[in-house]
Ligand binder design. Sequence first.
Ligand SMILES: [Zn+2]
Length: 258
Amino acid sequence: MPEGDAVARTAARLTRALADGPLVRAELRWGGLGDVDLLGRRSLGTVSYGKHLLTRFDDGQTLRSHLRMDGMWYVDPTSRAASRDGGPDTRAVLATRVWTCRGRLLGMLDLVRTRDEPRLLAHLGPDLMAEDAETTLEPAVQRMAADPRGIGEVLLDQTVAAGIGTIWTSETLFRHEVSPWRPADRVDGAAILMTASRLMRASAAAPAAPGTPGSVPAGVYGREHAPCPRCGTPVARGMVGRAPTARRVFYCPTCQRV
Ligand SMILES: [Zn+2]
């Protein structure tokens, strides 16, 4: 699942692609949105919050999309994309004369008044990608300090802090030498959240694709059985949280202590 760094980069791509003029093609293939007419609207830019994308238009509306597991926005020159409809997985097509953006396998799509965006996001904790994370993450620090669940499960809970998934949960806890199962009320929540925020923002800014090896040096994520870079113990894989939302994390069983 794309995490906040990849989603922020997608937001920047959509902002650039839709900046050059009004929409000449706009199709929303989603439930009750089939009849919505966005032709002629201009994009005011796309921002991300956690794992959500908010594309704002000049008529006071916002298209919210979420990539869930496999969703992706593709950008192609309109000269090449115009004749394609993108196939059955395409949920949205937004095109200017120059660029065509196709949202495939999106997990969520809705249109709201821009002023109602806060209501869409009200259930989420502060965004780890925020420039001023040091200040805005304070409510998440407070919640962690009172949460006896394992820190891995708490980090993945988007209502505590938004945008982090299994990649950056694994990498953050590895750097702090903390087991994913140590109770969250027994960790330095502020330091852990700031590490996550720094790693994710560095990944979004790196030349390599965000959330992939190469964007930030990998410690444990995706390295099961390979030697821990710190102590040489084979990296292990385990599940945090409870079904149906249990998620897979990677960790070093020796140097990440409960
Ligand atoms: Zn180790």
